[in-house]
Design a protein around this ligand. Structure first.
Ligand SMILES: Cc1ncc(C[n+]2csc(CCOP(=O)(O)OP(=O)(O)O)c2C)c(N)n1
Ligand SMILES: [Mg+2]
Length: 313
C-alpha cells in the first residue's frame, strides 16, 4: 500500500474514532438520544472498504453504522446534527444513529433490524445487474446477522443470479452479549457460505492493507460483472454493545490483546510517520468540534412536520 492511500485511510479512521468518542461523551451528557452503538477498534474495515468505492456505489449498513457512513462520504456536520436531533441533520433530525441515510454519497442506510439490510442490498445489486450499470453494492453486517433466516435467502439469490454484491461481515465474535460459540457451531462466517461456491475469504480487520487488498480484488471483479463475494473481517469492539452496556461478559485478556491490534496504531506504525499522523489526528478532532458547533447552532425540527412524513401522498 503506498503512503498516499495509507494517509487517506488513516484520516478516515481518525475522523470515525474522534466522531464516535465525541458521540459517547454527548450521549453521557444527554445531548445525543437513542441507542448508540460504536465501532471503536473496527474503523479499519469501514475505511478500507468504502475508501475504494464511488459515490454511485451503494452501501447498506446496520445498527453500528457511523463509520460506514463517514467513510462513504457523509458530511460530519450533518451526521452530528442528525445524532443531536437537529433540523439540519441528514434526516432532518428525525432518524438518529440507527436511521442515517445519505443517498447523495451512496450511503443507503443504517437499520436497527439486524440483517434487514441484506435483502435491500440484494435488490440494489439486482437493479445494477438488470440495468447493466457497473455499480457495485456493498452490505455490512455482523456475525449475529448470519443466524437470521433472510441471510440465507439473500446469499442464495445473490449466488444464483451472480449479482455484483459484496458481503462484508464484521465478525467481532459477539451478538449483543452472546459470544459466537454460544450461538453457532460454525466459527467462520466465510465457511457458512462455502456450499454456494462463490469466492470468499477471512482477513484480520485490524490489518488495513489486507482488508484493502482483499476487498479491492473483489471490487474490480464485481465492477466487471462478477459476483457475489464475501469478505469476512475479524474485528473487536472496544466499547460495549451499546453505550451504557455494563460489559460484564468482557474478557480482560482479549481486551488487552485487541488493544495492541488497534488498526489506527498498526497502520501508523507501518505506513505513516508520527508527525504526519499527529497532524491528521488533530485535524480530525477539529473537524468534529466544528460539527458539534454546527449541530448546536441548528434548531430542533418543528414537531408539526412529522404528520406530513408519516403517510405517502
Ligand atoms: C431482527 C432483530 N433481532 C434482534 C435484534 C436485537 N439485536 C440488536 S443488535 C443484535 C446483535 C447483532 O450482532 P451482530 O450482527 O454480530 O452485530 P454487532 O452488534 O456485533 O456489531 C441483536 C440481536 C434486532 N435489533 N433486530
Ligand atoms: Mg457481532
Amino acid at each position: 500500500m503506498d503512503t498516499e492511500v495509507a494517509v487517506a485511510l488513516l484520516r478516515t479512521m481518525w475522523r470515525i474514532r474522534r466522531f464516535e468518542e465525541r458521540v459517547a461523551q454527548l450521549k453521557r451528557n444527554l445531548q445525543v438520544h437513542g441507542l448508540i452503538h460504536l465501532s471503536v477498534g473496527g474503523e479499519g474495515v469501514a475505511a478500507a472498504v468504502c475508501g475504494q468505492l464511488r459515490d454511485d456505489d451503494a452501501v447498506y449498513s446496520g445498527h453500528r453504522a457511523h463509520g460506514h457512513a463517514i467513510a462513504k462520504g457523509a458530511p460530519l456536520n450533518t451526521m452530528m446534527a442528525e445524532l443531536m436531533g437537529r433540523e439540519t441533520g441528514l434526516c432532518r433530525g428525525l432518524g438518529g444513529s440507527m436511521h442515517l441515510v445519505d443517498a447523495e454519497h451512496g450511503f443507503m442506510g443504517a437499520t436497527g433490524v439486524v440483517g434487514g439490510n441484506l435483502p435491500l442490498a440484494l435488490g440494489s445489486a439486482l437493479t445494477s445487474h438488470l440495468t447493466r450499470t457497473d455499480q457495485v453494492t456493498v452490505v455490512f453486517f455482523g456475525d449475529g446477522a448470519v443466524q437470521a433466516g433472510h441471510f440465507n435467502e439473500t446469499i442464495n439469490l445473490a449466488a444464483l443470479w451472480r449479482l455484483p454484491l459484496i458481503f462484508v461481515c464484521e465478525n467481532n465474535g459477539f451478538a449483543e452479549f452472546t459470544s459466537r460459540d454460544e450461538h453457532s457451531t460454525i466459527e467462520r462466517v466465510s465457511d457458512v457460505v462455502a456450499p454456494y461456491g462463490f469466492e470468499r475469504t477471512t482477513v484480520s480487520g485490524s490489518d488495513v492493507p489486507a482488508v484493502y487488498e482483499a476487498f479491492g480484488e473483489y471490487l474490480r471483479a464485481a465492477r466487471s460483472g462478477s459476483g457475489p463475494f464475501l469478505l469476512e473481517c475479524l474485528t473487536y469492539r472496544r466499547r460495549g454493545h451499546y453505550e451504557g452496556d455494563q460489559q460484564k461478559y468482557r474478557d480482560p485478556e482479549a481486551e488487552e490483546e485487541w488493544r495492541e491490534r488497534d488498526p489506527i496504531a498498526r497502520l501508523t506504525e507501518s505506513h505513516v510517520d508520527d508527525e504526519a499522523a499527529t497532524a491528521i489526528e488533530r485535524e480530525a478532532a477539529a473537524e468534529i468540534e466544528e460539527a458539534v458547533r454546527f449541530a448546536r447552532d441548528s434548531p430542533f425540527p418543528d414537531p408539526a412536520i412529522t404528520a406530513g412524513l408519516v403517510y405517502a401522498a
